[in-house]
Design a protein around this ligand. Structure first.
Ligand code: ADP
Ligand code: MG
Length: 275
């Protein structure tokens, strides 16, 4: 029975300036042996405070896209704008969290969290106070002086999130941040992470190959085609009874629309076992 899921194309944003605007973005990698076209013709606007997920098969250019937004490398075609201005390099306004937590084992949790602030030469007393506040918010207030090896995988990823947030970026890029975690931990951490990011008013791009994670955690899903990655479709997620406030990831998974979205996106991704 249909629950009336609306998986409609997203209308163009209105007059308000987009927080992030990708305009005809393309990227080719050049190596001595070959040229690889990783992305082609990507145009996408994100409003401030929006949570968008990007899904697509391995190798379709998801990480490449985040690297362009993070200013780690320039696009070979098109433009990437943040607050209407072209990205020219890494910026404090953009935080980037990776699949691996990259915590330093010899630094305490608190000291790991202020690493970015140290590198950027920010006020460390302020950074430390902010880190403590964020660690408390992530239920890690009792672990400030512990070391990474004393924490579980889910706790370590939360520390990595806090470290990303301590430097106060407006935009947070998450590249498969939970893929190293077991499925139960992933479910538990999703609620907490979304809660903190929403509360902090961040604009978020979540890259994942996990369709369920995309549906549960974000407002809009962008599906990329196989390489070169192009936008195959984009869908705003809607849940009946939750028009004004998004359900938490855990609740979203229990709603009837979840399965319908899942099946639709599964078909769109055209997943098949290669071999
Ligand atoms: P995804 O994150 O979706 O798995 P990537 O963005 O990592 O995909 O990679 C997209 C394509 O670009 C892949 O074919 C990959 O092999 C290629 N690629 C990624 N990084 C480089 C690089 N530094 N040099 C050459 N090719 C690369
Ligand atoms: Mg990747």
């Amino acid at each position: 029975m249909s629950t009336g899921v609306r998986l409609s194309a997203v209308p163009a944003p209105g007059a308000a300036q987009a927080k992030i605007s990708l305009q005809g973005v393309g990227l080719r990698y050049f190596t001595r042996e070959a040229e690889t076209e990783a992305l082609s013709g990507i145009s996408l606007d994100l409003a401030a405070g929006e949570f968008v997920s990007i899904i697509g098969q391995s190798g379709c250019g998801k990480s490449t896209l985040l690297s362009l937004i993070a200013g780690i490398m320039p696009a070979t075609d098109g433009a990437v704008l943040v607050d209407g201005k072209p990205i020219t390099g890494p910026s404090r306004r953009i935080g980037y969290m990776l699949q691996q937590d990259y915590l330093y084992e010899w630094r305490s949790i608190l000291d790991n969290c202020i690493l970015g602030a140290e590198i950027q030469g920010l006020d460390l007393a302020k950074a430390r106070a902010r880190a403590v506040q964020l660690l408390q918010k992530c239920a890690l207030g009792d672990f400030l002086h512990h070391y990474p090896r004393q924490l579980s995988g889910g706790m370590r990823q939360r520390v990595a999130l806090v470290r990303t947030l301590v430097t106060e970026p407006d935009v947070v890029l998450l590249d498969e941040p939970f893929s190293a975690l077991d499925s139960q931990t992933r479910l538990a951490i999703a609620d907490e992470v979304v809660d903190v990011l929403r509360d902090e008013g961040k604009t978020v791009i979540l890259v994942t190959h996990d369709i369920g994670e995309a549906i549960a955690m974000t407002d809009r899903v962008i599906v990329l085609s196989r390489r070169p990655g192009r936008i195959r479709s984009e869908h705003r997620l809607q849940f009946a009874g939750y028009e004004s406030k998004r359900p938490t990831p855990f609740v979203a998974r229990s709603l009837p629309e979840f399965n319908e979205y899942f099946n639709m996106l599964w078909k769109e991704l055209d997943v098949h076992v290669e071999g």
